[in-house]
Design a protein around this ligand. Structure first.
Ligand code: RTP
Length: 155
């Protein structure tokens, strides 16, 4: 068992087009940085229809699916990979409930969003989906392995 070679838990976080359009990119990234997680991938990206459909394939029978795909492909998104202890569940807490009306103040959606259909950010719902989504949205060579100089809890 070599703990330093164990891959940390990782999650895919995406700032949706409304977050980009409203100038919330810095604010949202800042919340994950301040929490103490490590960013390993970051890009601004115009999502093709097929990728949006693949990402949300579990929802493809829902009535809101076409609207959701239209929303996600309506403008650039910010794709991110983040790493850390319990990062999947913790990021979901920072993000808050799917419906911003139910999201607690202090969460990203609780503070910055109003409608479910414009809820500014996505976060993977399990470590397996974290891996799947990072592989889906990033190409090889786009992710960056690095060691923070002063954050021993990340090592
Ligand atoms: P996400 O995947 O974006 O992090 O959201 P989530 O897990 O909190 O919610 P999920 O149920 O997976 O839904 C994915 C996204 O679909 C949109 N949605 N619209 N009734 C509606 O109009 C409706 N329900 C869901 C939201 O953008 C939601 O985040």
């Amino acid at each position: 068992f070599l703990p330093h070679l164990q891959k940390m838990e990782e999650t895919y976080i995406m700032i949706k087009p409304d977050g980009v359009q409203r100038g919330l990119v810095g604010e949202i990234i800042s919340r994950f940085e301040k929490k103490g997680f490590k960013m390993t991938g970051l890009k601004l990206f115009k999502c093709p229809q097929e990728l949006a459909e693949e990402h949300y394939k579990d929802l493809n029978s829902k009535p809101f699916f076409p609207k959701l795909i239209g929303y996600i492909t309506s403008g650039p998104v910010v794709c991110m990979a983040w790493e850390g202890d319990g990062v999947v569940a913790s990021a979901r807490k920072l993000i808050g409930a799917t419906n911003p009306l139910q999201a607690e103040p202090g969460t990203i959606r609780g503070d910055l969003a109003v409608q479910t259909g414009r809820n500014v950010v996505h976060g993977s719902d399990s470590p397996e989906n974290g891996k799947r989504e990072i592989a889906l949205w990033f190409k090889e060579g786009e992710l960056c392995e690095w060691t923070p100089a002063q954050a021993p809890w990340l090592l």
